[in-house]
Design a protein around this ligand. Structure first.
Ligand code: USQ
Length: 383
């Protein structure tokens, strides 16, 4: 397949590009490096040293007989998107190219505005470029489980059958997201569903849970292929943060009472899910939603697992309940469904001592690069 990966420099985009290139697909990656700009602005950096994407791609291409193509560009530049799609005419477009941090979107007006403008308008540009140059392409869009929030009813995969005053319909599942970032993905979902309805697009919206993990088979091939792994409050997801906190001997920062429950998945499973979606495209006019997570856990449950794995590796830590900087329900009902990807063949990796030990060992090697002042949260949902 000809595959275009938007956001090919990120935590998930880069490992996806290597994996799909190794599988023989013709991969092009596009990125505008806005995450690097935010890193500089926030005085944060990925834990593993990063080789610039162009250099990484060149190194990859030297070792494999199926080169990745790299384009530096911004999805807010619609001309660039039109030209790129017109030239490549991709079969599949994997869209990761969004500002992914909930806390960043809650910093204030500018960060919120940037998040929503970048994410929503970038996607609008993509939809119009697809309409002009490749309306038959399969759009695989990274959504988020956070679009649903924590409703007091079971969470279905994107759609809900309802009966109201004796009549029945199938509607998009009601959304109650918890940050301006998560809201940007809700707006995207609505825009894309509309494009499927009026232009006959094929789309899979992957409502992904919280991703964790340090490596994939491809990042392990060379240190220079490391992915952009964060542990700070801006881009670090909770398990990645807890592992880094443990390695520097700090108590784990459980926000609030720690009963908050979410869906989680390993970075290797993210890539498998993308491959499964690409190999089984949505049909014409179909806006298909998969809930992409493999395990449901509370923060307390995660803290317990990390504390145990740390102790097996000779690290004695505990957890500490800090005042929740977010506005989120702590004790809540949470029962999402995730049968679609499993029924298409996903064989999930589970969080266990071995998986966490592998993370601890890799992070230990880079322990000295951890910026201690970026560990505690500073961004508050309510000031
Ligand atoms: N949390 C802690 N301690 C910490 C950090 C987080 O208790 O030190 C808690 C948060 O309060 C929250 C949960 O962990 O209840 C998850 O937080 P997170 O920062 O790991 O994840 P989140 O902000 O929800 O966002 C991440 C990614 C985002 C993706 C989302 C999937 O950054 O791009 O969309 O996970 S989901 O959460 O399913 O919406």
């Amino acid at each position: 397949m000809k595959i275009l990966i938007l956001g090919g420099d990120g935590y998930l985009g880069w490992p996806t590009a290597m994996y799909l290139s190794k599988k023989g697909h013709a991969v092009t990656v596009l990125d505008n490096f806005v995450k690097k700009k935010i890193e500089n602005e926030q005085n944060i950096r990925p834990l593993f040293p990063q080789v610039p994407l162009r250099e990484r791609v060149n190194l990859w291409n030297k070792n494999i007989n199926n080169p990745i193509k790299f384009i530096m560009g911004d999805m807010l530049n619609h001309r660039l998107l039109y030209d790129t799609l017109g030239e490549i005419k991709p079969d599949s477009i994997i869209h990761y190219a969004e500002q992914p941090s909930a806390p960043y979107s809650m910093r204030g007006r500018e960060s919120c505005y940037f998040t929503q403008y970048n994410n929503v308008m970038g996607t609008i540009n993509l939809l119009f470029a697809m309409k002009k140059h490749c309306p038959e392409a399969h759009l695989i869009k990274l959504g988020t489980m956070g679009e649903y929030g924590t409703p007091n009813i079971d969470i279905e995969e994107g759609w809900l059958n309802i009966e109201h005053k004796g009549r029945k319909d199938r509607v998009m599942y009601p959304k109650k997201p918890g940050s301006f970032y998560h809201l940007s993905k809700v707006h995207d979902s609505n825009n894309i569903e509309f494009a499927c309805r009026i232009w006959g697009f094929k789309c899979t919206d992957l409502n992904q849970g919280v991703v964790y993990g340090v490596d994939t088979n491809e990042t392990k091939l060379d240190e220079k292929f490391s992915t952009s792994f964060h542990y700070d409050e801006v881009f670090g997801t909770v398990i990645n943060r807890f592992i880094c906190q443990s390695v520097i001997g700090r108590d784990l920062t459980v926000y609030g009472n720690g009963s908050q429950t979410r869906g989680y998945l390993n970075i290797i499973d993210t890539i498998k899910c993308i491959e499964i979606a690409a190999n089984n495209p949505a049909k014409k006019s179909e806006f298909r939603v998969f809930n992409q997570y493999t395990e449901v856990l509370s923060i307390n449950g995660i803290a317990k697992k990390v504390i145990k794995a740390s102790s097996l590796n000779g690290i004695k830590i505990n957890h500490t309940n800090i005042k929740n900087p977010r506005v989120e329900e702590e004790d809540h009902y949470y029962k999402p469904s995730n049968t679609s990807l499993i029924s298409l063949g996903l064989n999930p990796i589970k969080i266990n001592d071995d998986v966490l030990t592998e993370m601890i060992k890799k992070v230990l090697k880079h322990k000295d690069r951890i910026l201690i002042n970026t560990v505690m949260p500073n961004i508050k949902w309510q000031k």
